[in-house]
Design a binder for this molecule. Sequence first.
Ligand code: ADP
Ligand code: ZN
Ligand code: ZN
Length: 708
Amino acid sequence: MRVRIPFGRQKLIGIIIEETQTTDVPQEKLKTVSAILDSKNLLSVDLLKLLLWAARYYVHPLGEVIQTALPVYLRNNDDATPSLPEYWCINHTQPLTTDEAQQALKRAPKQQQVYQLLCDADLNNENKGLDTETLNAITDNWRPAIKALLEKQLIVSAVKPAVLISENTQANTIKLSREQSEAIASIESHPHQHAIHVLNGVTGSGKTEVYLALCESILAKNEQVLVLVPEIGLTPQLTQRFLEHLNTTIVVLHSAMNDRQRYAAWHAAANNQAQLVIGTRSSIFTPLPQLGLIIIDEEHDGSYKQQDGFRYNARDLAILRAKNNNIPIMLGSATPSLETLNNINEQRYEVHYLRQRANKKQLPKIQLINLCNQKLHEGMAETLLAKIKHHLEQQGQVLLFINRRGFAPLLMCHDCGWTTNCLRCDAHMTYHKRRHQLHCHHCGSQRAAPDQCEACGSTNILAIGAGTERIEQYLQSYFPDTQVSRIDRDTTRNKGSLEEKLEKAHSGESGILVGTQMLAKGHDFPNITLVCVLDTDQALFSADFRAAEHLAQLITQVSGRAGRAEKAGEVLIQTHHPEHPLIQTLLHQGYQSFADAALQERRAAGLPPVRHLVMLRCESVEINAAQTFLHQAVETAHNIEIKDIDLFGPLPAPMERRAGRYRYQLMLQSDHRKSLHQFLNWWVPQLQQLSSARKVRWSIDVDPYDTY
Ligand code: ADP
Ligand code: ZN
Ligand code: ZN
């Protein structure tokens, strides 16, 4: 529960996590709580236990951890438990028919009118009711009528628009494949409630159907299900499948909701008014009193890891929550993370394979295009363009993937070599042509694009390299009769624009899709026959230890978009390094073999998941402050004997300066998590005491996603 407490001259919000009868604090130092804000506990016992554990594990202040878990609406609201949006709908359990009700209201025209409005909403609107805002818009002075109708029990008030009601009463028409049925049977009959299952199924193998079947049997027991999806995986399509297939109450937590709506959804889950919750990372903190199953779709996805503040991994917390609650959890992916594969190898997780596509279609054929010495058009080889033409002629749809937004990664003066650098980062500013602007993708700085070189005044300015905008423009002029659609963060910023673009992609109206990783995952575009990956070389030589894993996952996932329906698919990958062992293993032996080799490499290099990693990151405006802090941190560490832990650094971050700050880091490695945590428990309080700590920003990242 939240309480208001006196804190110096201010009043702040605190959270009660425990009660005690005794204390060492002297009586005169104790203070009285000014007000208790909630009438009952906000977090369930299992959730509080999870948060206490997470605060220790991620070495993060408990207060902030609990804040993260609460809906923003509660966090920012220091009133008593806030009221939910008001919303009313027809009471379907009333004994009167609609006509009889109308008849009964004959002498109350206003009530009759409002009742009719609610009836209309019931017919036309999937939300089945009206809220304050809508009523205000269509009629006036409606409140007394609503009050009277509530008293007559002709209508009910409900939670809006949090709960979607799916009413599928028909039996599922899909006949599950043998592999699908076996996976479901083996999970349902598993002797251990808390087992961790991995559904390793190739793209298009029908993993979602397995999730749906499992949900069905859990929901039938009146238990709740939590489905976590990656940030960009939360497509309307996925939600739609759950809605169409199941017969239950669903809340979807997505970024387009406002704080109040999210709170309403959270509230519905916490009160068991919604049985199924679908949401991204932070949904792991939803209170679910009857939780019976957790599903993590695309478990390898990076968006499950929070990269700032409280740096938790929702997948890992979900596993712990399932264990604590003694319920099963399922991790699904076509390209499981090395962490998960390692756990399968060590028999901590149980794996179920779906090796075939649901419709028996072959996985697409992957071919390399060697870019060396080829004539390129905005980064595309002529053979690639010819292939695109061919597929379009065969009425196929083409998807081009490039992980770079904007027109060009930089502008350069052809006379003197001056480039558009960000003033605040060690990075170039990306040229966005349509808006004629430069954007730094690292700090967000923007300015008008120069028409002249800022060093020598020349107007001879070149755009170097290509991003989605440039590719789109080139292809549109090369294929004037085909609709080219660009799907990246810039073109989907407006509400509804992503849905619209996805719709056109589905219907086949857009013949060519150019996109970033927003396009890589989860989508089921039936008509795509050719997928092109334009740029792999950057990832092949990245300094980040997970780069190879990400590239392999990306290639496999993007390839999975091809040939999902009637027509067979083809995949083309452009590279200057066709002989690179990663590419060769992936192409000829598949993701699993690649992953086995990558795990060996991680073992040899002492990297996760074989060894455990913690980063101490530090940044400062003043160039030396961050380094000084880290040097002192190292000195402090040597004050005690540290066993089993290797300490590296201080080292500059791969991008040493970002947003005007200098960035350095220390890396801690160990074979034993326990040693690391024992050490951190001692070390972090010491770091807080360091004099140099006040001039810098520092953070601890346990199990970092990358070393940036
Ligand atoms: P994944 O999640 O593994 O990529 P999906 O669950 O999206 O795969 O399934 C891909 C397509 O195959 C979907 O259109 C789905 O409806 C269909 N599908 C799945 N299982 C079956 C099945 N047993 N029989 C026929 N079609 C299926
Ligand atoms: Zn110049
Ligand atoms: Zn910048």
